[in-house]
Design a protein around this ligand. Structure first.
Ligand code: THU
Length: 137
């Protein structure tokens, strides 16, 4: 099976980035997830004057997917404007792991396009997962 083209995901993530609410960090991020059905869901970071209340772009995209009734992520695009590729923060890695697999590809992009790809397993080795919840009987 040939991989899906990245451009539609990039376009949606780039557009979401332009809607980012980032007056405090001035660091705008756009994200897009491809779901199991093939639909694309985008999001941007939404900052708050109470800084820790900020929502990351990945969380916004995941929330849109879940709100639409989907539960599987098969590919992820993250777009930032900095000089370096912007890897997802630890919290976002855990949130992605809820709906993705260790093989899921995460593409780190700049406005110009793809910069670096990694699997979620590479980004989040030894993940805390459902099996970690085994409690003593
Ligand atoms: N940010 C994201 O949106 N995703 C990440 O994975 C890393 C950080 C946002 C949060 C905040 O609005 C800004 O980047 C600076 O930390």
């Amino acid at each position: 099976m040939s991989p899906e083209p990245l451009e539609p995901m990039l376009d949606l993530a780039r557009h979401a980035l332009t809607n980012a609410h980032a007056p405090y960090s001035r660091f705008r991020i756009g994200a897009c997830v491809r779901s199991g059905s093939g639909r694309l869901y985008a999001g941007c970071n939404v900052e708050n004057v109470s800084y820790p209340v900020t929502q990351c772009a990945e969380a916004t995209a995941i929330g849109a997917m879940v709100a639409a009734g989907e539960r599987q992520i098969v590919e992820v695009v993250i777009v930032s404007e900095g000089a370096e590729p912007c890897p997802p923060c630890g919290r976002c890695r855990q949130q992605l792991a809820e709906f993705a697999s260790p093989q899921t590809r995460v593409h780190l992009c700049g406005p110009e396009g793809l910069r670096l790809s990694a699997t979620l397993g590479e980004l989040l080795p030894m993940a805390f997962g459902p099996n970690s919840l085994n409690r003593p009987t």
